[in-house]
Design a protein around this ligand. Structure first.
Ligand code: ATP
Ligand code: MG
Length: 180
């Protein structure tokens, strides 16, 4: 799976709509302190289904919505879209492009869409978990996270290794099947 494009509107400091192409190879984001580099990585994690406001440096989920400044009013919603290119995953998975969108409105919670169709958070989480690129994937290393990996308890480290090995998607599917 490859990320092709990231679109943001009203997400944290990205108050005006932004549309970023992610080219093949290594992408670097450079800029002064506080310009929004970490916010971009958090936007990716958020659209992938991140459910913990704390890991997005907020107290509540609505804290991802642009909060306003002295000269600009706050926004009522935040929306992030991630265009992904899927590999041929075998089975009934077909290669192709998909656009995953998450939107949050004040007082109304989050909603997800894949290619314009309403889906559940779980569907989005599974879509990414299968590709071992879930919102908690060790491929996404937040600021200060290296220290956390070093200090992790064995159980936590096992979770990290499972994510890295790409088997956490299987766990999620098994749990899902057991509940049915
Ligand atoms: P550093 O180089 O220090 O790591 P950075 O480029 O990673 O900085 P971020 O942490 O991504 O910067 O951005 C921080 C900025 O985002 C701060 O100015 C903060 O006020 C702003 N910000 C975060 N959440 C919101 C919000 N909900 N509304 C408006 N601005 C926000
Ligand atoms: Mg940062």
């Amino acid at each position: 799976m490859r990320f092709r494009r990231l679109k943001l509107s009203g997400f944290k400091s990205f108050v005006e709509p932004a549309d970023l192409r992610i080219e093949p190879g290594l992408t670097g984001i450079v800029g002064p302190n506080g310009c929004g580099k970490s916010n971009l990585l958090e936007a990716i994690r958020w659209v992938m289904g991140e459910g913990s406001p704390k890991s997005l440096r907020g107290g509540g989920m609505e804290d991802v919505i642009f909060a306003g400044t002295a000269t600009r009013p706050a926004r009522e919603f935040a929306e992030v879209s991630l265009l992904i290119e899927r590999d041929d995953g075998g089975d009934d998975d077909v290669a192709g492009e998909s656009e995953v969108t998450r939107r949050i409105e004040r007082g109304a919670g989050s909603a997800y869409r894949v290619d314009g169709r309403d889906v559940r958070q779980k569907d989005v989480a599974l879509l990414f978990a299968d590709a071992a690129t879930g919102a908690h994937s060790p491929a996404l290393v937040s600021q200060g996270r290296i220290g956390a990996v070093i200090a992790a308890k064995p159980v936590e480290r096992r979770h990290m290794l499972e994510e890295a090995a790409g088997i956490s998607g299987l766990h999620a599917r098994r749990k899902d099947a057991e509940q049915k």
